[in-house]
Write a protein that binds this ligand. Structure first.
Ligand SMILES: [Zn+2]
Length: 115
């Protein structure tokens, strides 16, 4: 991972550490940021700029301080959710529309709360 990616991840972690959404603090030691513009050309993912997998945050563009910080914070919040509620989160994503998903609302709240 690039130095910019590592720094972006640290800034996001510092923001989320100020919240108490889950009893276990977020673990970022094995999380990495991967810039993958090709992923966001896939029809299903065209509308996103970032996407969280279990231990990987995919970004459409390279992370830049002040530009992508909210996006990285949002995606890292999803990884925190997955670390604490893996089953509930997966089921919710299968059963709920994106805009009604409570985990999406929570990630947006976390970003706004730490801005
Ligand atoms: Zn999201």
């Amino acid at each position: 991972m690039s130095d910019e990616g590592r720094a972006a991840l640290e800034r996001a972690r510092a923001r989320l550490d100020s919240l108490t959404l889950y009893p276990e603090p977020i673990r970022t030691d094995r999380v990495r940021i991967v810039v993958a513009p090709w992923f966001f050309r896939l029809p299903r993912f065209r509308r996103y700029s970032g996407y969280a997998l279990w231990r990987t945050i995919l970004l459409r563009n390279p992370p830049r301080e002040g530009v992508s910080d909210d996006l990285v914070c949002h995606e890292l919040c999803h990884i925190w959710q997955m670390q604490n509620r893996p089953v509930a989160m997966t089921l919710t994503y299968l059963a709920t529309r994106y805009r009604d998903n409570p985990y999406e609302a929570e990630a947006r709240w976390a970003v706004a709360q730490t801005r």
